[in-house]
Design a protein around this ligand. Sequence first.
Ligand code: SF4
Length: 217
Amino acid sequence: MPRRGVGRGRTRARRTARDAPQRRPGGPSRAEELERLAATIRACRLCPLGRSRTHAVVYRGSLRPRAVFVGEAPGAEEDRQGVPFVGRSGAILDKAVASLGDDLGPYGVLNVVKCRPPANRFDPGAARACRPYLDRQLELLAPEFLVPLGAKALRALAPEAPPILRTAGQELASRYGVLFPLVHPAATLRSRRLAERWQDDLGLLHAWLRGRPLQRA
Ligand code: SF4
């Protein structure tokens, strides 16, 4: 039974990959723009995390995603490989995505902050410095909806939203369009209650997806 929504409801017309910025004649393609952006991020030293990281962690997934999962910042394994959500959290996320099957469609994964913060402590200053990269990624990828994973990602995308435990598992309005927040997969490793919440909310996400069939371009 879906929980009563705080801030739920549709906000604006669905954004789709077709709403992405159009290529100007002779201008770079979306893939080229994303690759240029990725190169800029990999070379970035705008904040102190640029000196302590091993790799900046940019994106993995479809270049025409229907959904983008948004984490807070890379952990140790992501920093080592330069790929988002490849550690234990990534395994949980991948299993969850597999359980959604064809109802999800193409998707991608990225983080609010692109470089690993020491001791995995979320760094609000780095999040501010990194924000233009996040905004540009989302502008180019133009997903239909976003799935913030955990409180920090939700706060970054919808600062005015109620806490994650009141918003996870339901549609939520934001300036980035439609969100469907979930608790962070890593939290399921620490708490049986949150592991159960993760599974419940995944079921709600699946039901929500079945109610808005994939519109193929
Ligand atoms: S965290 Fe973001 S702003 Fe800071 S160095 Fe990395 S890419 Fe640049």
